[in-house]
Design a binder for this molecule. Structure first.
Ligand SMILES: [Zn+2]
Length: 361
């Protein structure tokens, strides 16, 4: 069980995102506690002074429920996209409804129902963490799962999930629920042909599953930044869909310390990181495929931790048995092996780097 201090430090990034979303109180982690400074949140209640968890009741709930795991990451979304394609293919949608929540970003629930009723699925595509559903007659639905969103299928007689925010009704009483306790997800209906042109989708970097991870392109992106390599990996404009878990795992697989400046990596290290991302995503997808429903780590419903080092600080390295260490980068906790992932660039790689770029064919 993580200590209170670790939990506070590691949740800071998530909490920032939470409060930014609410235009909420300013927040920082100090001495192992989340400090909320004066501010007025979306509920319009002003906060007094700076004290741990000094937020209003709405922010307080979000703060307390904030976990470091900003899942879903790419594999969970891919798994969901495949499930949706499987559930919807060949089925005519009998009806659809959405509750009037912020997940609709101002669209009316009526537009959601009108767009989807009577449609049949053509295909489901994924762009980073966004799913684009294309139906006949150019009907389209963008679904982003945010932090806690899931699509769940319920058969007749099964109780609906607790936080169902939108529903798609299929023949024979089957219902697909969009379940999202914290409502950071997004549901947008629009003509399918217009969805890929959304600015936040256009800004995404290459998709590791769809496009593969091109080591030379990754190296070029790394060369432009002095940020720690782990922070660069979590930047969706560098590579789409990689979050804390996949970045932690990929760097362990590559034997690269998460705090190394991205621009200082040797070409063979960049290639190892690229291969690490692909291997980690493949591994996660395989472990998800064994589950009937997506359950995120930290949700209390997840099965055993399927990862090599993520969330395993303090336990022996699976490769060399050195005790895994942890550090916070970009507001997220990174577990790493101090021996397999040395902080200093290994001499071998340094020599190669010094010779390789200038050595022409
Ligand atoms: Zn090790």
């Amino acid at each position: 069980m993580a200590s209170k201090e670790t939990a506070a430090a590691s949740t800071e990034g998530v909490v920032r995102a939470v409060l930014r979303e609410r235009r909420g109180c300013r927040v920082r982690a100090k001495a192992g506690k989340i400090m909320v400074s004066q501010g007025s949140c979306a509920d319009g209640r002003r906060q007094r002074g700076s004290r741990p968890f000094g937020a209003c009741s709405g922010c307080l709930w979000l703060l307390r429920s904030a976990r470091e795991d900003d899942v879903p990451e790419l594999p969970e979304v891919e798994h969901t996209a495949r499930a949706l394609a499987h559930w919807l293919t060949g089925q005519r949608i009998e009806g659809a409804e959405a509750d009037p929540t912020r997940m609709l970003r101002g669209q009316s629930p009526r537009a959601f129902a009108r767009m989807l009723k009577g449609r049949t699925l053509d295909r489901v595509e994924r762009r980073g963490k966004a799913m684009l559903l294309t139906f006949d007659a150019d009907a389209g639905l963008l679904s982003h799962l945010g932090m806690t969103g899931r699509w769940l299928r319920r058969l007749p007689g099964e109780p609906p999930p607790r936080h169902s925010r939108a529903r798609i009704y299929l023949p024979q009483g089957v219902v697909l629920h969009n379940d999202d306790p914290r409502m950071f997800g997004r549901l947008l209906v629009a003509p399918a042909s217009t969805l890929p042109a959304l600015p936040d989708l256009l800004a995404l970097g290459p998709d590791p599953l769809r496009d593969g991870v091109d080591a030379s392109a990754l190296g070029q992106a790394f060369a432009r930044t002095t940020r720690p390599v782990k922070v660069a990996l979590m930047d969706p404009t560098v590579i789409a869909g990689v979050g804390n878990i996949q970045a932690t795992e990929a760097l362990f697989r590559a034997g690269v310390h998460p705090a190394r400046p991205a621009h200082g990596l040797a070409p063979d290290e960049v290639a190892a990181v690229a291969a690490g991302i692909e291997a980690s995503i493949t591994h996660t997808l395989a472990s998800l495929a064994a589950q009937p429903e997506v359950a995120y780590l930290g949700s209390g419903l997840a099965p055993e931790n399927p990862f090599l080092v993520y969330d395993r600080a303090g336990t022996p390295c699976p490769r060399c048995s050195t005790t895994l260490d942890k550090m916070t980068l970009g507001g997220r906790t990174s577990a790493y092996c101090p021996r397999c992932q040395p902080r200093c660039q290994p001499r071998r790689a340094r020599r190669r780097r010094a010779t390789s770029p200038s050595a022409g064919p």
